[in-house]
Every structure is written in C-alpha cells, then in structure tokens.
Design a binder for this molecule. Structure first.
Ligand code: F6P
Length: 546
C-alpha cells in the first residue's frame, strides 16, 4: 500500500464509508431475496466451517471490502509476514509464530523449533513414564505453570479446551496473578514432592511471574526439599535463558523460545509445555497441525475465499461504518470458556494502539473491545443487551456438531440455543408480532398493547457462526490460528504494527514506584493527590506502630 496516501483517505475507504451510509435491506429481506445466501456466504478451511450469511453484507459491500484489502496491500503484507520481514517494525523483528507449527525443517529457525519440540517430547515422556521424579523418588502428579499474559492465557485456554484429552498421569494448574491467594490456593492441596513448576516468561523479568516463582521456590524448600533437589521441581521457558539461569534453573531445564515470537502468539512454542504434559505430545502435535492447516489456507486462499480475511473485513466494516466498539465471542462449548479471555489479549494487545506503523496518529478507531463467555450461560446474563440494547455489537458463535456421545440430547440443546440466538439477533421481533403473540396467548388487548413495545427486538444484528465437527486438538489449533490471522489482517487495514505492546510499559514503571512507597511506608512527593491519599491509607494500615 502507498503509505504516503493514508488508507483512510483512499477511494476504497471512502467507498466503504459511502456504502455504510446507505440503508440496507433488512437481513430477513436479504435472505428472502436470495435463497442461496447461506450457501454463498459460507467458507470451509482447515476443518472449520464459517457461516457468515447473517452479516449486514451484500455482494457490493463484500467487493468494496475486498477492494479495500487490495488497496491496503494485504496480499503483499501476508507474503511479508510469512517471509519473515520485520513486520514488528518498532522492535525490528519478524513475527514468525507460524514456524512453530510448520512441519518444514529447511531454515535454521525451523530446525531450532523442531529441536525444542524434540526436547519437549523427551521431557513429557520422562515425566509420564516416571523417569523424571521429584524428591524422594516421587512421581510427578501436578504441574504448576507460573506465567501471565501470553505465558498463561494460551496454555490455560488450550488445556481447558482439551479436557477430554487430559492424561490421567498428572493434573496441570495455572497461576498468574501476583495476588498471593492465587498461588497459595493452588498449592494448598498439592504435595511439593510430586509437584513440578514451569516458570514461563519470555523476558523472565515480569514482576508477577518472578514474585510467584520465588514464592513457589520457598514453598518447595519449606516443605523440606533440599536446595540440591530443586532442579527436579523447576523448569523454565524463556527467550532470556540468562535470567532463567540466574534465578537458579538448571541450564538443562530451560526450554528456549525466540524473540521472533510474540508472547500472545507463543502457545505453540515451549510455552505450551504444560499443555503437552497435560494432553500428551501426540495431541500437542495435532494442535500444531491444525494451526498449520489454517496457515496454509491463509497464505494461499484468495481474499474472497479466505476465512481470516473475510472475518477481519466484517469486523473492520462494523468498527468503521456501524459504530461498533466491541465484538462478542460466544463459544457454545463449555470447554472453550477461557477462549474470550485468551482472545482479549491476542486482539486488544495487538490492535489497541493509537498510532500506525509510521508512528502517525490513526485517522480512525483502533481495534475494539473483545468480550464474551461460553453459551448458553451468556443468555442468562448479557444477551438481554445484545437483543434489545441500543448498542451495535457483532458476535461470533462457535460450536461443534459432535458432543459427548453419551449426552446427545443435552448437546442438541446446546446447538439449538446457539443457532436460535443468532437467528433471534438477525430476525428480531416486531411490535405487531409481539402484540399478536400476546393476544393469541389470551392476554387482553390493553395489556398486549402496553407490553408490546417492551418485547420488541430490533433484529438485524449480525453474527458469524463457526462450526467444527468436534472440538479436538486439530480443530482447536485451526481456530486459534484463524483468529491470529484475523487480527493480523485487521492490523493491515489499520496500517498498524500488531506485534508490539508499548502501552503496557507505563503502568509497570508507575507500579514499581507505588510499590516502593507502599513497602517502605513513605509516600512520594511526585504522586498526584489521589494516589497519595490511596497510598496513605495503605501505609496507615501496614505501617502504623500499633
Ligand atoms: O502484558 C505485557 C506482556 O509483555 C505480554 O505481552 C506478555 O504476554 C506478558 O506481559 C508476559 O510477558 P513474559 O512472558 O515476558 O513474562
């Protein structure tokens, strides 16, 4: 794309705005006028099906969005991503998380990836076969991952999503918060002799992770395990192997990762070690393979038949032409209950920026707010707002055709709700039908006329429905890679660097200053009045000479 003419001033962007200003036929009319709509606005890739027919979309709009993608140089940007260009231009790095799941072993990077996978495989086997034991020759029964952000959310989400694939040999736990109750409550039922800690941190400097790692070390020592046996209970995953060694992790117990993998894109690396321990290496490799299949689709499919591209264009259309500020993630699979939280970091830490890749102020909104929860629970909490609120909130429904064989009826209930919710968002309920329904129920004319406005659902609220045959390692891998690439396409449409996160530095720096005041008991003259007052309350509690 010609960066001197910013995309927002391009003819293609103006054409998109013009179409956004036009009144569209309702979704119900669009379906009535085109019996083939559901078939035409449907894609398959890497074991996933996307029904995107319930979107505020016509062929004209679809083409205009594809023209915008062309103007943004999307194809060239995808090629640059896979080629290993420094797409992360502020940290002067490529973003090559795709290599983590590539079967190829041609480049040095790929060879390093496969060497680490082999070391993970050996380690998983040693733990599972009891060749690697804790103090007093105790079999490892618990794996506690200590990490935060991309060193927690991805592995924790995958481990939960693949519960049916858990090995019976051990149980994995994930501790992330510096709130001491998180570690304490996790460790309370565990026996240090059968517990292995994975300290996961790309930088190995993250305050929360270091705090928890030290507390875990103390817990192990206080349980009577000698310092000499710590190496049996601690391994690390980091791009900063020096810092990991400084912490005291034996060199042989450090699984490296690379600076060309962003934290929120790293679950495929040794950051996924707790997952591999929890589901076995064969299933972990199936997860990688699913992501690889989506990579190949993303790299090769033309934009009009490219699942990440279509999903990104639709979100872009809603953020910039329909005043959408958020996107709801509604996985109708209980085991995907952590998926919205995972996607929050992936999307919002990638797209939550105010400058483009040249450092110039964005001329449009940044990425939006990602939120949601597993269905059907959301129907009993926030779906009221989705159906009748005044805000425009596009939604992604995610479901699997096959559920647990022994509970077919309940799984059909789940699917029925998933499909009905997107249908209700699309079709809505008119005043007339609301009133007619009540009259049919025998409600009097006056009451029906009074209540009808309260029952109207405007409808015409868009959603995607992603369908997989079954939630398994391969389809999960494809699903996660789908959203990684969707986020990347959105960043191209914003001419934004999706792979840095400078915005988190300020809070970290201020946090260490406030911590110093709180722990020393003396406030700082640099604090604003609010922070000073808050700090004073804590100091009064902890440092009063009572
Ligand atoms: O939130 C900032 C961040 O750097 C994330 O990008 C990252 O995933 C997380 O903190 C943890 O970082 P690390 O893996 O280096 O501990």
């Amino acid at each position: 794309m010609n960066t001197t003419v910013s995309l927002t001033h391009s003819d293609e962007w103006q054409q998109m705005l013009a179409l956004g200003a036009k009144t569209l036929p309702s979704l119900k009319e669009l379906f009535l006028n085109d019996p083939e709509r559901a078939q035409r606005y449907h894609l398959s890739a890497a074991g996933l099906q996307l029904d995107y027919s319930k979107n505020l979309l016509t062929d004209e709009i679809r083409q205009a969005l594809l023209n915008l993608a062309t103007r943004a140089g999307l194809q060239q940007q995808i090629a640059a991503l896979f080629r290993g260009d420094q797409v992360n231009n502020t940290e002067h790095r490529p973003a090559l998380h795709m290599l983590l799941r590539s079967p190829r072993r041609t480049t040095v990077y790929e060879q390093e990836v496969h060497a680490v996978l082999a070391s993970m495989e050996r380690f998983v086997s040693e733990i599972h076969e009891g060749l690697w034991r804790g103090h007093n020759n105790t079999q490892i029964k618990a794996v506690v991952n200590i990490g935060i952000g991309g060193s927690d959310l991805g592995p924790a989400m995958v481990y939960a999503a693949l519960t049916p694939f858990h090995t019976s040999k051990l149980q994995c736990y994930f501790v992330s918060n510096v709130d001491p109750v998180h570690l304490a409550q996790t460790l309370a039922p565990l026996d240090a002799r059968s517990t292995l800690f994975v300290i996961a941190s790309k930088t190995f400097t993250t305050v929360e992770t270091m705090q928890n790692a030290n507390a875990a070390r103390n817990w192990v020592l206080q349980s009577g395990i000698p310092e000499s046996a710590l190496k049996q209970h601690f391994v690390a995953v980091s791009a900063n192997t020096g810092k990991a060694a400084e912490f005291g992790i034996a060199a042989a117990n450090i699984f490296p990762m690379w600076d060309w993998v962003g934290g929120r894109y790293s679950l495929w690396s040794a950051i996924g070690l707790p997952v591999a321990l929890g589901i076995g290496m064969e299933n972990f490799r199936a997860l990688l393979h699913g992501a690889y299949l989506m990579d190949e689709h993303f790299r090769s499919a033309d934009p009009g038949h490219n699942m990440p591209v279509i999903m990104a264009l639709l979100t872009h259309w809603y953020y910039h032409c329909h005043n959408a500020h958020s996107h709801a993630l509604l996985p109708y699979l209980q085991n995907l209950h952590l998926f919205p939280a995972f996607l929050q970091q992936l999307d919002m830490e990638s797209l939550g920026k105010q400058v483009d890749r040249e450092g110039k102020a964005l001329q449009c909104d940044s990425g939006g707010i990602i939120w949601g929860s597993a269905g059907t629970n959301g129907q009993h909490s926030f779906h009221q707002l989705l159906h009748q609120g005044t805000r425009f909130i596009p939604a992604d429904f995610i479901c699997a055709i096959a559920g647990p064989t022994e509970h077919k009826q309940a799984h059909l209930q789940l699917l029925a709700n998933c499909f009905a919710q997107s249908q209700a968002l699309m079709a809505g309920k008119t005043l007339q039908s609301a009133k007619a329904e009540m009259l049919q129920q025998g409600i009097g004319e006056a009451e029906a006329a009074w209540l009808a406005p309260f029952k109207v659902c405007p409808g015409n609220r868009p959603s995607n429905t992603l369908v997989m045959q079954q939630l398994n390692p391969q389809t999960l891998g494809a699903l996660v890679a789908l959203y990684e690439h969707k986020v990347f396409v959105q960043s191209v449409l914003l001419n934004m660097n999706a792979f840095d996160q400078w915005g988190v530095e300020l809070g970290k720096i201020l946090g260490s200053g406030v911590f110093k005041a709180l722990s020393s008991g003396s406030t700082s003259p640099d604090f604003d009045a609010s922070t000073s007052a808050l700090v004073a309350q804590v100091i009064a509690h902890y440092h009063s000479n009572k």
